[in-house]
Design a protein around this ligand. Structure first.
Ligand code: GLY
Length: 328
């Protein structure tokens, strides 16, 4: 007799074609349509303010890449955030280390990982893309590059983050444990009314991670991918699971083969399910945007929300989930 986990895995896989299709059809009817104007899709409720900023800029005639960057910067600068920017929770040794990447309308990419003391890692990632022959800079090298380009150092570890870290140490005994509730990245992908695509992804990573840990968010093809000829995708959730399947790139490649955006997210999630014996406590959410203006969202578990902006219409949606049937 199958145990509960095997049952859930098998159910989820089988659901990929039948049961899920039904639930996609029902719950996601509102997210499948195509939109011709400016369209911005981003992760979680804090995506609403990122979208608002990006849309305001697009409507004022800004370049798409500028709108995407300035949108996620709103979240990076928010002192109430505990999972993005310098106010994010630290690693298990008390260091706030940031990961970010950006891709432009031509599919060019820039990224920084393990960056400390800089308020806007996404802007450093953009400079890596525009001013260096490289795609990714990391740690002290990324910091030196930022300082050489006029960025200023700022202290991380807010009083709120320090308190959470102190409590975590008492509770867990220094054992890092990525879980469904400690890793809310902002991933933002956008399409202009002219049909151009760009995206950005930025995070302080999994709370109380090991020193040196880098997640999916700054990895081109994992946390973010933009192909101007096909579409864009971004991810949130426990990065290790996204990285193992190159989540965002997988979704874009599926769309290249004609799979609609929402189903492409489902297929990528099915790969995660297939590879892991247990996904207990793991959340992963994907957003996908086709260059035609069709879009979709899907998550492993209920609870993943995304912000959708279609012109002046901004709304927060619950993404449909693969394990919707799981009670625990
Ligand atoms: N998705 C964010 C992280 O795992 O770092």
């Amino acid at each position: 007799m199958p145990d509960r986990r095997t049952f859930i895995r098998k159910t989820a896989l089988a659901a990929g074609s039948s049961l899920l299709a039904a639930s996609v059809g029902q719950k996601a009817a509102a997210v499948v349509p195509q939109h011709e104007g400016h369209l911005i899709l981003s992760t979680w409720s804090f995506g609403m303010k990122a979208n608002a900023k990006a849309m305001e800029m697009l409507q004022a005639g800004s370049r798409l890449l500028d709108a995407v960057e300035e949108g996620v910067k709103v979240v990076e600068a928010d002192p109430s955030m505990t999972s993005v920017g310098l106010s994010g929770f630290p690693d298990r040794d008390g260091n706030v280390t940031l990961d970010a990447c950006i891709m432009d309308e031509e599919g060019k990419a820039g990224s920084v990982t393990f960056l400390q003391y800089i308020e806007h890692p996404v802007s450093v990632a953009r400079l890596v893309m525009e001013k260096t022959p490289h795609v990714m800079l990391s740690g002290k090298g990324a910091l030196r590059f930022a300082l050489d380009n006029g960025f200023r150092m700022k202290k991380g570890l807010s009083p709120q983050a320090r308190q959470a870290w102190e409590e975590w140490k008492k509770k867990t005994g220094y054992v890092p444990r990525p879980s469904a509730d400690n890793h809310d990245t902002i991933g933002l992908i956008a399409r202009s009314a002219q049909g151009k695509l760009a995206g950005a992804c930025t995070t302080s990573g999994v709370a109380f991670k090991m020193y040196g840990r880098v997640g999916d968010s700054p990895i081109i093809g994992a946390g973010l991918y933009v192909d101007p000829l096909v579409g864009a995708a971004t991810a949130t959730g426990v990065g290790e699971y996204v990285m193992r399947i190159c989540g965002a790139h997988t979704i874009v490649e599926l769309m290249r083969q004609g799979v609609p955006p929402q189903q492409a997210c489902v297929e990528a999630l099915k790969r995660i399910v297939q590879r892991h014996q247990s996904l207990e406590g793991v959340q992963v959410g994907f957003l996908a945007l086709h260059r035609s203006g069709s879009y979709g969202a899907y998550a492993l578990r209920p609870g993943f929300q995304y912000a959708l902006s279609l012109g002046n219409n901004h709304a927060l949606h619950d993404a449909p989930a693969m394990f919707a049937e799981e009670k625990k």
